[in-house]
Design a protein around this ligand. Structure first.
Ligand code: MN
Ligand code: MN
Length: 359
């Protein structure tokens, strides 16, 4: 009765038939999917699992590493290193790229991943995920760190898994964004969401407003306008969402639209943003673009940022096209000095009562 269903393997054979080295790319994505099934089982055990527990260490980005972060990282490495498909791998949890053991043949791809995204959500049982990006490795030498520093536009495949009530795999090989749901009885990913399209307009935005005092004026302007709702220049009410897990935010946006922001701020001037370019912003950015959305730093396309470091951070504004384009415009207007200082309509009405207005 399930003969008409499209499994991940069948889908990849169909999508990649005209891509050079297609067997290897499909093979690698099947290995990634196998790792994801293992991580899904691991996270689903919750407090019953052996790796559940408090932070064990800190990673290269200074984030706390929980035992599950490390176990998910090992799972990705072990599933993907053996088949002669990758030349090397890089992970959020490893300071330097992972070198393949000598016994394994080197393949044509570089795999970059965040093994467990949103892992601070584990103890509250909210969705977490895995994010991955596939780049080409040119030449036959062992890759150096420099070989990984390719723009997001160079990705040959990208995607994520979300471990929610259902486990889903969402991926793109540059021909649209497609979603698969894990059939736990059979152990297969089944195509359930083909050619996802993000609505161009939305009335939902997601941002961590506890950072408001650190925002740049164009971001403050946008959020103020959303909050003013019907009484402001947008003329309609907005809703706010915040899950604090990039995968969960991106997934909601893919399913029903919205805009997500982790913008540049002044909280730590040494950091350009919070999210990491190579294994968070680029793969999620490609998935979003392939579904008709936009992924921007506020001042340009994320996928066109030239990386200088493996763990580099980047501002992220992504989601429904018309909203992201508006936020980009606000940044450009601000940078050109055309942005009138923002005054909330509510604030305006009350301005007679403000002490400085009376003075
Ligand atoms: Mn992450
Ligand atoms: Mn992580």
């Amino acid at each position: 009765m399930h003969l008409g269903r499209t499994t991940l393997s069948k889908f990849l054979i169909q999508q990649l038939h005209d891509v050079p080295d297609h067997g290897k790319l499909a093979g690698l994505l099947v290995d990634v999917a196998a790792a994801i099934k293992a991580i899904s089982a691991m996270t689903a055990r919750g407090a019953l699992g052996a790796s559940y527990g408090a932070a064990a260490a800190r990673n290269a980005s200074g984030d706390e590493q929980q035992p599950l972060d490390l176990e998910a990282n090992e799972t990705m490495l072990r599933h993907c290193e053996w088949g002669g498909l990758v030349a090397g791998m890089a992970s959020e949890e490893l300071e330097a790229p992972y070198r393949l053991a000598d016994e394994y043949a080197r393949g044509p791809y570089l795999l970059v991943f965040d093994p467990l995204d949103g892992s601070s959500n584990i103890d509250v049982n909210v969705s977490v995920g895995t994010i991955f990006s596939v780049l080409k490795h040119v030449g036959s030498d062992a890759p150096t760190e420099q070989d990984y520093l390719q723009k997001g536009t160079e990705q040959v495949a990208a995607g994520y898994a979300i471990y929610g009530p259902a486990t889903m795999l969402v991926l793109t090989v540059g021909k649209g964004t497609h979603g698969f749901t894990l059939d736990r009885e059979i152990g297969n990913f089944i195509l359930t969401h083909s050619s996802l399209r993000i609505p161009e307009d939305t009335s939902e935005f997601a941002i961590n407003t506890s950072n408001e005092r650190f925002w740049e004026p164009p971001v403050a302007r946008y959020v103020e306008e959303c909050k003013a709702g019907k009484t402001g220049i947008r003329g309609r009410d907005f809703n706010m969402r915040w899950i604090a897990s990039l995968v969960a935010e991106a997934h909601r946006i893919l399913m029903r639209g919205g805009v997500f922001m982790y913008p540049k701020d002044t909280k730590d001037p040494a950091k350009a943003g919070r999210l990491r370019l190579m294994y968070e912003a680029n793969p999620i950015g490609m998935v979003i673009e392939q579904a008709g959305g936009m992924a921007s730093t506020g001042r340009g396309r994320i996928l066109e940022v030239a990386p200088t470091e493996l763990h580099q951070r980047v501002p992220v504004i992504l989601g429904s096209k018309n909203e992201v384009a508006r936020i980009e415009r606000y940044h450009h207007e601000y940078d050109r000095g055309e942005d009138k200082p923002f005054i909330s309509p509510l604030f305006n009405e009350r301005s007679l009562y403000r002490p400085e207005a009376r003075a």
